[in-house]
Design a binder for this molecule. Structure first.
Ligand SMILES: *Cc1c(COP(=O)(O)O)cnc(C)c1O
Length: 378
């Protein structure tokens, strides 16, 4: 292990945990001054909104069990406090389907595919899907082929040649990709599903929920295809500023998951207070339109900048490509010394020689500071 760790250091891929404190869009690390936080997933600034937090604590003070900090058992035992039903009902209503809540996006993605797929199935996953989807595929007994990132021609070719050989073919992808900020061709996927009746669509909206769509339900809402997608995964941990995740699907799948999904059954449920917070935020989703507009204004500012004119990003996640891991780390450190916290993302999180600063914009970034930041890139 020691030798391997040295190797990781030599490659500029060493990771460590650093404690921090945060205030609004600013972050302080040990031995650093206050820096603008360009690496957080608090896309709408909700997690740092103290007023909203205060309002929340007042709202729930009188509700029974709401302040409880543990569910004390799995949802299948006694952990299923009534707030779970309320939250799932509300979510289901938003999407006009059924919802099931999990402890995290990681739990959702490592549990759903193994529960629903069999060795008579094929999973077709985009080359750049999140590690949690890859782990879910590893745990499933289905065959798997990874198609080139967003390559709809290759995907269609595989379907043509192989779809008839399987009971079901699951296409798994993200709607907004977490490292490049580009988006999947969701309308094309729906078209493929209609052409191949045994195709199931599994779309991870972790980065799109809260941010995209008229009501903030994600890209499937934006493209008006919610009813065509078999499984939409949303998470509470990013823009929605909480913890947990959910799937939107048909009721019969929910019933199956409750009976077979190991990462739902064999884990302690989230504490009620977290579910109350999620419901509190979901009920206000419409009201964050101002934040969504501010975020879009920031995105426009970046895209007008010479360094991002040709970016493949189509969202608030915008990579500043560097290539070499060590150089990426150096650039990140240089920017930190100037008051901007933009972390380098390196292999194995991204492919070899594509190290970059992963800039994730948030609605509460001060425009003047961002203009200054853009002049520091070269
Ligand atoms: C963050 C993320 C997850 C994991 O969600 P958690 O709730 O943080 O476990 C899953 N999928 C994608 C695409 C993500 O970006």
């Amino acid at each position: 292990m020691k030798e391997k760790l040295e190797q990781i250091k030599t490659n500029g891929q060493y990771r460590s945990l650093r404690s921090n404190t945060q205030d609004g869009a600013y972050i302080v690390l040990p031995d650093s001054k206050e820096m603008l936080n360009l690496s957080s997933n608090d896309y709408l600034g909700i997690a740092s909104n103290k007023k909203l937090q205060e309002e929340f604590y007042q709202t729930i003070a009188a509700e029974s069990n709401a302040l409880r900090l543990s569910a004390s058992s799995s949802r299948l035992l006694t952990g299923n406090f009534s707030i779970y039903d309320k939250c799932e009902q509300y979510l289901g209503g938003l999407y006009s389907k059924t919802a099931l809540i999990f402890n995290s996006g990681y739990h959702a993605n490592t549990g759903i595919l193994p529960s629903l797929t069999t060795n008579k199935d094929l999973i077709l996953a985009d080359k750049l899907v999140h590690a949690s989807i890859i782990d879910g595929i590893r745990l499933s007994s289905a065959e798997c082929i990874r198609f080139k990132h967003n390559d709809m021609l290759q995907l269609e070719r595989i379907l043509k040649e192989r779809a008839h050989l399987y009971e079901h073919v699951w296409i798994a992808t993200e709607s907004i990709f977490s490292m490049d900020g580009d988006i999947a061709d969701l309308p094309k996927l729906v078209q493929l599903k209609k052409a191949y009746p045994n195709v199931m669509l599994y779309i991870d909206e972790a980065h799109a929920v809260g941010v995209r769509g008229k009501r903030g339900l994600g890209l499937c809402e934006e493209f008006n295809i919610v009813s065509d997608i078999d499984f939409i995964i949303g998470t509470f941990g990013k823009a929605l500023a909480g913890i947990g995740a959910y799937v939107i699907c048909k009721p019969e799948y929910k019933e199956w998951l409750i009976n077979t999904m190991r990462t739902l059954i064999f884990t302690t449920a989230l504490p009620p207070i977290n579910l109350h917070w999620s419901l509190f935020i979901l009920k206000r989703l419409d009201s964050f339109e101002k934040e969504r507009t501010e975020l879009n204004n920031l995105i426009s500012l970046f895209r007008k900048n010479v360094h991002f004119e040709n970016t493949i990003s189509q969202s608030h996640i915008i990579p500043f490509m560097i290539g070499d891991s060590k150089k990426a780390v150096e650039k990140s450190e240089d920017l930190q010394s100037k008051g901007y916290f933009a972390l380098a993302v390196r292999p194995p999180t991204v492919p070899q020689n594509t190290s970059r600063l992963r800039l994730s914009l948030r609605s509460d970034l001060p425009i003047e500071e961002i203009k200054k930041f853009l002049t520091l890139l070269d």
